[in-house]
Design a protein around this ligand. Sequence first.
Ligand code: NAD
Length: 342
Amino acid sequence: MMMEKQFQNSSYSVTAEPIRVGVLGFGGLGQAAARVLAPKQQMLWVAATDLKGYAYDAAGLNPDHCIKTYHSQGSLGYLEPTGILSNQTIPDLIAQASVDGYFLALPNLPNTFMADVARKFIAAGWQGVLVDALKRTSAVEQLLELQEELQAAGITYMTGCGATPGLLTAAAALAAQSYAEIHQVTITFGVGIANWEAYRATIREDIAHLPGYNVELAKGMSDAEVEALLEETDGILKLENMEHADDVMLELAGICPRDRVTVGGIVDTRNPKKPLSTNVQITGRTFEGKISTHTFTLGDETSMAANVCGPAFGYLKAGVSLHQRGIYGLFTAAEVMPMFVS
Ligand code: NAD
């Protein structure tokens, strides 16, 4: 009885009321986010947008209903009875919805898009928590430039809070504690998805890392061009030495210089089975002078969506607890522990 009471106390909910959550972007990750949130008691999913419309219901949105409408009609704006069509969905939703924290499951195409979205929240005078799953170093650096503006606006912004960057960067920050000096952090990811169209932005942004491509080129590719490229490679994207923000995040957290962090992986766009086990290896020297490597490997059964959306909401909850204490500004997944959402 006593034990149970202590456990309840230690896993306290940040607020007595559930945290009201919005999801910006309703593609692969946005839809998975709705499903991840459905059984949660400490969070209530109340708002979502896509490019053409948005839906807000203070009593909570129904994921099945929203996903069905998005697939059959192409936008949440057609959702009955709460959907609204708009050509400026993000500012309209910010103005209408009462939300404590948003997960930004948006494409970062162009590479300045997420920083522009953050500016929209600042311009609207909105206060609360924002969480992104940004990938590129240069995209996170743009947000770093907004540090003071976010602070002044009363926004707690958690960046790089997906899988990589995110879960694996945080694991590296934790593993680093065994060492006096960190020599190398190597992140290797395996992603398997049944069909690239379920995650168009993710795949376009991955293509942008291939030799001969960049963000502008990948953004400009038609679906047919993406399919033709994937046809040539049997649906496989092999990515090496990616520009990934795990490096700047570990550098900012004081763990190691960014040139000691490397990220690469394999994406299979035709098979939900992972082509390899996602892992992060952290090599360093202990205080006794021993060189060793810690390895953290994700279970092969866990999907990209599970490993992105779970951490994103864990960081959203951590962000809410900071925000409630009046702590605003930009934080990365390497400097704050995510909190588990029940
Ligand atoms: P997607 O292409 O499946 O969906 C994007 C959604 O955003 C769509 O619903 C679209 O309508 C909406 N959208 C586009 N422009 C918009 C706008 N201006 N206003 C409102 N909505 C808009 O995307 P996805 O594959 O789910 O990826 C989302 C992001 O997550 C990408 O940037 C991707 O790189 C990132 N990601 C991060 C990680 C990680 O581990 N950090 C892993 C996977 C994906």
